[in-house]
Design a protein around this ligand. Structure first.
Ligand code: OXD
Ligand code: MN
Length: 588
């Protein structure tokens, strides 16, 4: 069945290494997928949920030591250590192939190796790239079917070419001590072993569409970014598109699917979701920057998703969805998680598979429990979702969780300053990655865990792209998470974030005024719509305050962070930092 000789040879080599009992090509047919679902239900790998209430939905539980991305075990394996840069773990490719080769040796004995041809991006799109994942996990096959475009049609598009990302995954023994996620950007290769958690094993997502793709983007003049893409349609039917980068679990999926506040709804505004996590960006023939979402589904965080925070996401998960590590309602065959409603199931099984008493004080769902749902299920999925040309981007937004320092919104002075603003992003850590929660960390462009090469070179690539895009998007920064003295969020967030997006779009169209501050352009407080909110213009004024003392502290942190990059930090960014310091000193 396989005609591509490169693919055939590679599969043979990997099968010789891992020793599966059989090799099965995933053709993408519903018949084959359904047989795999039945097999995984029979083996207990997944649980079929109530067909009437949640048609086509399943529950999966990962191993208890395997519930999040493992950044300390994620490596960029370039021949030169310097090319991975100071923000990535590095392993010599020779050493990595040897070390992981030992772990892969015989790891599929008695198991089936599934061959999943997949496309990131609409097949045939000038943006699209092909990967093939070899895995011993049916959960991976079923999840890749949701998250990407898979099967025969991908092989047809690949033809005889050797231009595909080679991904090898084995659950092996799920041994946390020997868990490795290794990327070989120079070989178009990813090896992942001893994990079953989505972020580590659905190789099309973070591993390919961000780490490998960012490296390819630098080489090929495009960009792979950790960004949502949304469209705002005005009452005249025109749609303007925005990309936004936030660190993990800052509400990206919520923003991507937001429902406009009533004031905009009644005027006829609509919001369309193109993507919630990753954007691939290219310069279009018209000189603008165009974006696609290379994925085909959402791998969203379940806790906190509810009818108020994100009704569209909730609706998206009502069919053909795989839930991971949520609570199982054993009476109804449905699922539950903290923050869904105030009504945990009576006969509840927690994410570990144990009987769970909601009064116990322990959480029932893992804080990083997930849903894997088809993008097509989303009620606000953009009509342009499948457009192979992508959508033109008017604005790029950066943001993070900052209790005090960053104002609600500001605009960069120009592209170069915008790159600086992205490079100094910082946020409090969350449960999406293993490790401490609540610590502030620098996360440039929200790409810290996802940049497949030296981050200094990545900044340089952003600066270069700015010179090449004749009509670049405007760059902004937002912070939905400013708190009062009691630690309560001041800004209402969720759908009301659209009020800020409206100012941003008005700026892009040259319609809104701005005031110049030491850090960038800010709105006049009265230009942020507050009708229907419990806060007024005075509070907006507070939210826009820039405190020079806090920014002096911030500058210290930026200097420390920048020092890591040595001579590979573009001088333009150092100049931007000096200019900021100057403006802050003058403002004091
Ligand atoms: C994610 C992330 O999208 O951690 O899962 O960023
Ligand atoms: Mn993400």
């Amino acid at each position: 069945m396989l005609k591509n000789s490169y693919l055939k040879k590679w599969i043979e080599d990997m099968a010789a290494l891992t020793n599966p009992k059989e090799v099965v090509l995933i053709d993408g047919s519903e018949e084959q997928l359904e047989a795999l679902r039945r097999e995984a239900v029979a083996s207990g790998e997944i649980i079929k949920l109530n067909e009437e209430k949640l048609p086509g939905c399943y529950l999966h539980r990962s191993a208890q030591n395997d519930v999040a991305r493992v950044e300390d075990r994620t490596f960029i394996c370039t021949r030169s250590k310097d090319d991975a840069g100071p923000t990535n773990n590095w392993m010599d490719p020779k050493e990595a192939y040897e070390k992981l080769g030992k772990l892969f040796k015989g790891s599929m004995t008695g198991r089936t190796m599934y061959v999943i041809p997949y496309s990131m991006g609409q097949i045939g799109s000038p943006f699209a790239k092909i990967g093939v994942e070899l895995t011993d996990s049916i959960y991976v096959v079923l999840s890749m079917n949701i998250m990407t475009r898979i099967g025969e049609k991908v092989l047809e598009a690949l033809g005889d070419s050797d231009d595909f990302v080679k991904g090898l995954h084995s659950k092996a023994q799920l041994d946390a001590e020997n868990r490795y996620i290794c990327h070989f950007p120079e070989d178009n290769t990813i090896w992942s072993v001893n994990s079953g958690y989505g972020g580590n094993v659905l190789l099309g997502k973070k591993c390919f569409a961000l780490r490998i793709a960012s490296y390819l983007g630098k080489k090929e003049n495009w960009m792979a970014e950790h960004m949502l893409i949304l469209g705002i349609q005005n009452p005249q039917g025109e749609v303007k598109y925005i990309c936004a980068a936030f660190p993990s679990a800052c509400g990206k999926t919520n923003l991507a699917m937001l429902i406009p506040p009533e004031i905009y709804r009644k005027q006829g505004y609509k919001v369309w979701c193109v993507g919630d996590d990753i954007a691939w960006l290219r310069i279009g023939p018209d000189g603008r920057l165009w974006a696609i979402n290379p994925e085909n589904g959402f791998f969203g965080v379940a806790p906190g998703t509810n009818a108020k925070s994100n009704p569209n996401a909730l609706e998206t998960t009502r069919r053909n969805t795989i839930f991971t590590n949520v609570v199982y309602d054993a009476d109804n065959g449905t699922v539950w998680w903290e923050g869904l409603d105030k009504d945990p199931p009576k006969n509840a099984i927690n994410w570990k598979g144990e009987k769970w008493d909601p009064a116990s004080g322990e959480k029932g769902a893992h804080p990083n429990s997930r849903f894997t749902a088809p993008a097509r299920n989303c009620p606000c999925i953009s009509p342009e979702f499948d457009n192979p040309q992508g959508v033109p981007i008017s604005a790029i937004i950066f943001g993070g969780r900052r209790a005090k320092t960053a104002p609600l919104v500001y605009q960069s002075f120009d592209w170069e300053h915008g790159v600086f603003v992205g490079s100094i992003m910082a946020s409090e850590t969350t449960a999406a990655a293993a490790g401490k929660v609540g610590v502030v960390r620098r996360d440039p462009m929200a790409m810290l865990p996802f940049c497949g090469y030296h981050m200094g070179d990545y900044f340089a690539h952003w600066l270069e792209m700015g010179k090449k895009i004749p009509n670049p998007p405007k760059i902004f920064n937002v912070n939905w998470f400013r708190t009062d003295d009691e630690g309560n969020f001041i800004w209402p967030g969720y759908g009301d974030n659209m009020r800020v997006l409206m100012w941003i779009l008005d700026r892009c169209e040259g319609k809104a005024k701005a005031v110049e501050t030491p850090i960038g352009y800010e709105p006049l407080p009265e230009d942020i719509e507050t009708e229907g909110l419990s806060i007024g213009t005075d509070t907006i004024k507070e939210l826009l305050k820039v405190d020079p003392a806090l920014w002096k502290e911030e500058i210290k942190g930026i200097k420390e962070f920048y020092a890591k990059f040595g001579s590979r930090l573009p001088k333009e960014l150092l100049k931007q930092l000096e200019a900021l310091e100057d403006r802050i000193n003058k403002a004091e």
